[in-house]
Write a protein that binds this ligand. Structure first.
Ligand SMILES: Nc1ncnc2c1ncn2[C@@H]1O[C@H](COP(=O)(O)OP(=O)(O)OP(=O)(O)O)[C@@H](O)[C@H]1O
Ligand SMILES: [Mg+2]
Length: 331
């Protein structure tokens, strides 16, 4: 009797184990299916002829973008043209698709329709690693990787030249802070930047976006964790990119950054983004606001956007970066 019950329990053991792990198995299968879908939606990597370094313009033409595998566009018909030295502020309420748009502009997410061109060539004409040299990107949810500060700034480039790492750190206003760390640039910052404050992490991530002076610098909410000193470093970095003939795109909620841009793209969920000079967009928002005021409250997304741009214009860079006056609006 005892022997047979032992035999039965032994015989049933594999079935019990299979049932206990069934949920994990289903989860793994679903994850595999999601991963396959994401990978399928990535554009094919083509053999590409080496193109010259972009140095003149960025064109975004009729761009429709949605999260990979979703099929539905979140951003519809975004279009604008910028030339070297321009900076574009991308504004709009939460969920309006600002991060989605910039992910497509840097080529991280495929566009459902439309084209992004650097000096006339669509992004897929560049080999991905070559394109990476021309685009610096600070994502909204940035990650630092387990490694040294220098490795994180140089994107783990083998034998990264020290002077270029330091140059990027200086441009992000983080050099003084790094040399004060226990091992300076060789300090290990651990996964997700352990050992640094949120503001310090964001400035290291900014230095990474500026490493090797990329032509296009895209910053998604770059000042979300910055104090006043960090804000000033960011403003100087933006002015620096413009002066060396690069193009900056900045997604911004806080107005201080917008003092340094000459163009604005206003995004509203479910509508095409509206592009213009800072003055044009400001006027448009003010007119819309005045028209809507009789019907509904003065606040809301349009009111917030107006307040944001007004504060930026009142700031005008005065006292922070007076050199900005050199670059007139709309040029
Ligand atoms: N990875 C994703 N998968 C599916 N949908 C997504 C993904 N990322 C964003 N979305 C959806 O796309 C829409 C736009 O999101 P997005 O992050 O671009 O907005 P945002 O303007 O950057 O907002 P915020 O100001 O809060 O950063 C949202 O409805 C969001 O739910
Ligand atoms: Mg966002």
């Amino acid at each position: 009797m005892i022997a047979s019950s032992i035999l039965v329990s032994r015989a049933l053991a594999p079935i019990e184990i299979a049932i206990a792990n069934w949920r994990g198995f289903i989860g793994a299968r679903q994850s595999f299916a999601r991963l396959s879908l994401q990978l399928q939606s990535l554009p094919e990597v083509r053999e590409s002829l080496a193109l010259p370094k972009p140095e003149a313009r960025l064109d975004v033409e009729g761009l429709f973008v949605g999260a990979p595998g979703q099929g539905q566009p979140v951003v519809g018909n975004a279009g604008f043209a910028l030339t070297k030295g321009n900076a574009l502020g991308i504004i709009g309420p939460s969920g309006s698709g600002k991060s989605t748009l910039v992910r497509a502009i840097i080529g991280a997410w495929p566009a459902l329709r439309g084209t992004v061109r650097l000096d006339g060539a669509a992004l897929d004409q560049w080999a991905p690693d070559e394109l990476g040299l021309h685009i610096g990107y600070l994502p909204q949810e940035f990650e630092l990787i387990d490694g040294t500060v220098a490795e994180n700034i140089s994107r783990f480039e083998p034998n990264a030249p020290a002077e270029l790492v330091i140059d990027a750190a200086r441009k992000a206003g983080v050099h003084d802070l790094v040399v004060r760390l226990p091992n300076g640039y060789e300090t290990r910052i651990g996964e997700s930047g352990a050992g640094l404050s949120a503001g310090q992490r964001q400035r290291v991530a900014l230095a990474r976006a500026l490493y090797r002076d990329p032509f296009l610098v895209v910053l998604d909410e770059p000042n979300s964790n910055l104090d006043n000193e960090g804000d000033r470093a960011l403003e100087n970095a933006i002015v620096g990119v413009r002066r060396r003939g690069g193009i900056v795109l900045i997604v911004a909620h806080r107005p201080s950054v917008l003092a340094n841009v000459d163009y604005l793209l206003h995004m509203t969920a479910g509508q095409s983004p509206v592009f213009g000079t800072k003055a044009e967009i400001m006027k448009r928002l003010t007119d819309q606001h005045a028209a809507a005021k009789s019907g509904w409250s003065a606040g809301g997304p349009v009111g917030d956007a107006i307040a944001q741009v007004q504060a930026a214009m009142a700031n005008g860079g005065a006292g922070i970066v007076p050199r900005l006056k050199i670059i007139p609006d709309g040029q």
